[in-house]
Design a protein around this ligand. Structure first.
Ligand code: GTP
Ligand code: MG
Length: 283
């Protein structure tokens, strides 16, 4: 019988969970940005090899003192995702101060009785003042692996470690499937990434992208209709930019990447709308 199971990626915001998952799966499944709280959905990345199938669950980073509705909802999603997994991958960033939030995450993980792999990420960076702190934690974990998700260093060893502790079981997904992401959600994530790259820190967290239509049109062209929702008029103006330059650039960079991935021409119909009730949907 072959091995099969779920590995959940847990860690503070910005430690590189999504980058690591993309690196393992070898394909850009989750978006990654330098801004905290990039991941919103529990996205799954799947690998199937001779040894078996691993489904990686990427989670939103846990934010300290989650006060607003959205952050609370994200923290709950993380907790819920811990219940049905086989292995916990706890990702840490040795370049960043260990604060209250990190300790809370650690405590949460220590309470769970499952194989736990401590993943010390970003080892490619020169300045890692907290690496010894994490190395000293090793005895509390089933295994510890130091990696660079960005460069791919040691990622292969990490995957072997996961296979080692993976239980036997049947496959959850067909062999060639790389993600659980429905196309529309993946597309919306891609647009949100481009939106972020343009607006950086100015982008409000409440900005939300919905893809309403994905269609293959005659002559092999793909048609995508999407709307960027934001909560205030001034954000809408910011996203649209002067003379529509902003939204045009977001559309162009999304389209370019999509065309490269899909290998076909893409027509992207991108709109910006104000919807003040958006946050309520998280209640
Ligand atoms: N130098 C270096 N940078 C990394 C590495 N892994 C991730 N990063 C960077 O760290 C930032 C955050 O990466 P993400 O993968 O989006 O982090 P995340 O943990 O998924 O963040 P959230 O989704 O917000 O929880 C990005 O700018 C990445 O390029 C690494 O191994 N080395
Ligand atoms: Mg992420």
């Amino acid at each position: 019988m072959s091995k099969s199971g779920f590995v959940v990626m847990i860690g503070r915001s910005n430690v590189g969970k999504s980058t690591l998952m993309n690196s393992i799966v070898g394909s850009k499944i989750a978006i990654t940005t330098p801004k905290p709280q990039t991941t919103r959905l529990p996205i799954q990345g799947i690998i199937t090899r001779d040894e078996g199938q691993i489904v990686f669950v990427d989670t939103p980073g846990i934010l300290k003192g989650a006060k607003d509705l959205l952050s609370k909802r994200l923290a709950e999603a993380v907790r819920a995702s811990l219940e049905d997994v086989d292995i916990i991958a706890y990702i840490v960033d040795p370049t960043r101060e260990i604060g209250q939030e990190e300790r809370e995450v650690m405590r949460m993980i220590e309470e769970i009785d499952k194989p736990k792999v401590l993943v010390i990420n970003k080892v490619d960076l020169e300045h890692k003042p907290f690496i010894d702190f994490y190395r000293d934690l090793s005895e509390n974990y089933t295994a510890t692996v130091e990696v660079s998700a960005l460069r791919g260093t040691n990622v292969h060893r990490l995957v072997e470690t996961f296979y080692e502790y993976l239980p036997e079981g049947i496959y959850y997904y067909p062999e060639h499937q790389l993600t659980n992401m429905p196309n529309k959600i993946w597309l919306a994530e891609l647009i949100r990434e481009k939106l972020f790259l343009r607006l950086r820190q100015e982008l409000p967290y409440t900005t939300h992208v919905e893809v309403t239509e994905v269609e293959e049109r005659a002559n092999g062209m793909m048609y995508v209709a999407a709307t960027i929702f934001t909560t205030e008029d001034r954000y809408k103006r910011m996203i649209i930019g002067q003379g529509g330059r902003g939204v045009r650039e977001i559309g162009q960079s999304t389209r370019k990447e999509l065309e490269a991935v899909m290998g076909s021409k893409v027509f992207l119909d991108l709109n910006v709308e104000v919807n003040t009730h958006w946050m309520e949907r998280f209640e």
